[in-house]
Design a protein around this ligand. Sequence first.
Ligand code: GLA
Length: 753
Amino acid sequence: MIAEKNLVFSVSTENTSYVMAVLKTGHLVHLAYGRRIASVPDISCFLPVEMTPVGTLCYWDDENDDIFPDNLLLEYSAPYRGDNREASFIADAGNGRTAMDLLYKGYRIYKGKASSFPASIESVDGCETLEIELEDSILGISVFLSYSVFPSSDVIVRSAAIRNGTSGKLSIKEAASLQLDIPRDDWTLFSYDGAWARERYEHKRRLEPGITIIDSKLGTSGNEHNPLIYLQNGKGEAYGFNLVYSGNHRELLEISPFGALRVITGINPYCFEWILESGESFATPEAIMTYSPDGVDEASALFHSFINRFVIPPFWRFRTRPVLLNSWEGCYFDFDEKRLLELAESGKELGVELFVLDDGWFGNRTDDTKGLGDWYCNRERFPDGLEAFAERIHALGLQFGIWMEPEMVNMDSELYRVHPDWVISLPDRTPLKARHQLTLDLSRNDVRDFIYQSVSSVIRLTHADYIKWDMNRSVSDVFSHGSELRSQGEVLHRYIIGLYEILGKLRKDFPEVLFEGCASGGSRYDLGMLLFMPQIWASDNTDLHDRVTIGEGTLRGYPLSTLGAHVSASPSHQSLRTSRIDSRFNIASFGVLGYELDVTKLSDDDRSAIRDQIAFYKKYRDVFQFGDFSSLHVSDNQRFWYTTLGDTSIALEIQTFGEVHTGRNDRLFLPFAADDKTYRITARREHIPSSCLGDLAKDCGQSMSEDFSITVPGAILKYHGLPLGPQFTAKGFTENTRILGDYGSRMYIIESI
Ligand code: GLA
């Protein structure tokens, strides 16, 4: 699917083509990225490539006075040789020389994909790569651009590698993973931004001339701005971009004075420097990109399929994930072995499959001011040791999972007392703390060995089936006391390389252990972590209303199988909002379901509701975990979520505020129904605890919503909608009232028959 003719390169996926060409000056220019073109087109189909003479700008030379680098669509660019837009590569080749030409040198097409960076997506059968070398022949610097395609996928994987062919040191200040220049259009940028407990809210803005930056400087991909972005134009076409990277990232969008859009994604150049000795190379993280003629919804589906098939660790691809019970919000730090066993037994009765012992089991960790780094059992809580506790959990017929925060240390810990130089901190300042903790310096070999030993010992000792790998602060005081760096500008990138090295070893040694990523909730939700950990705790905020926005934003870029979602207590510990247990379940079921509340203290109603929820979830688990997700916003107050696998769809109607007697005429749509098919729709029977109904309970005489089953032609579901009118109300209520209530929701199973 990759071909070259007369120095025109075509990288084609199933439905898309990405076309570039070499100009007579040696510039590698972008010609097209969009719907598939069957054969390699002639460059004349695209000329002139924006080569109009423009005012005061520099032209290339006297023979090429019609070529203005600032007005070319370039595949990779460096400063001050006629292109005045942001560069994707900035390096100091000595004496402050940063101006350089990146001109075509050669290419190769090969089966497979190189994987020089420690966290690259693995090659698979049918994977193919085009590598184009650009060179500054005067300085002796080469850039190798890679474009890889995967079988039956519309995603292209890109990266760049820099080789220092100079005779001295090369100081790299910036090296992007991807540059894409696209012609003038009306672009809307979609980004996923937020903060703790409010991760990945979708924001849209129209791009205007100038630069827009989405980035992270937190040391992690962060909860402030995810590396995922989309661009959609007026015709409804969309491009999607994401990075296979967990550290500081930057997505830069620049509309040039002539209307072209430049997209640059990669490591954030903020305070970054990487030194290459003569003859050495530097590889950037990989970036993925996709195109869909049908907008962001479709581009997102292309990413989902790619991630499920090629990013998730091989053992866990399409492997069902257990329903878990996590001890955190049920106990926080207030537990002993007896209490945990009661919790686990109670969870087992409800149908839970995995018990997760969260924070507080180690060292002197009785609150969050101390103990991090001391990964040995707290004998006051577990008199017979952790091993015995894990055995007791296994004996209940449950899997055993455990929380660790291996990248961190409290100053009040054995580890810090022995190794104060193991933290990232400046020599002459007291390091800033966050959540009373400091960051270990993963650029150091001794620290990496310690972390690997700590985690692997816990897994071996407890036969753990699951590890929750947490990371609860942003970085500060960036400085390493280790000897493995050539420049302090390398620390944060070396940290991520070090992290991937540890995770790579753990994945190799324990492929069957399920790792769930966590960073104060969803502060490190990215493709780099997903290479090692098939699921990520999306947010510490489990409030059902907020989780709708967090879920939708997250699912824009990442499939359902990656999204850890829990049912927790009411009122919510984050928002104080009260809600029905079934409404909380409905939202949490889209993804990998868990429970995180004290299940020993539930009412009988709630226990019976949870038992039914888990049984229902298990029945449709593959649809919830591996289905194709989509959503439909009917109004500000009402939306639908869908997940579809094969002939089964589950639709979730979500309401914000209950409206009474509005004549809203609610309808259930299935936008992707086939006109000529027939569908059976069944409403899931829900629990409405009589406590929710107060005085009404005695009149209505029942506490379950009615289930119903009905058969409907596809065309009705798709175009007209199935009225969800009074026929589906609970008995005893006024005819026109549907009892979803505030933040209520209702689930429908739709099967094509
Ligand atoms: C972080 C996590 C929580 C929990 C606590 C434990 O905040 O996001 O889920 O594990 O740490 O301290």
